[in-house]
Design a protein around this ligand. Structure first.
Ligand SMILES: [Zn+2]
Length: 83
């Protein structure tokens, strides 16, 4: 499992089942949840700002130091258009 502290330089992209896509800096999540929290726990806790449900379909960990590169979630398709 991936802890937030191990990806603190990255951003987390959350894809809701309603189609909403949100991007959150992992550093911001660490401020709220702490570095020992796992990414999957954040997925479960995250609430969509559009439909107000917790229906995260999938997430991506992206590195924002330069090119947007998917690191480890296994989802590399680019269908994010709404954030
Ligand atoms: Zn939603």
């Amino acid at each position: 499992m991936t802890k937030l502290s191990s990806i603190s330089d990255n951003h987390l992209v959350l894809n809701c089942r309603c189609g909403h896509v949100g991007q959150i800096a992992v550093a911001d999540l660490i401020e709220v949840y702490g570095g020992d929290v796992e990414v999957v726990a954040v997925e479960r806790a995250a609430r969509c700002s559009r439909c107000k449900t917790k229906n995260i379909a999938r997430s991506q960990i992206i590195y924002v130091g330069g090119s947007f590169e998917a690191l480890s979630s296994g989802h590399t398709e680019k269908d994010a258009k709404d954030w």
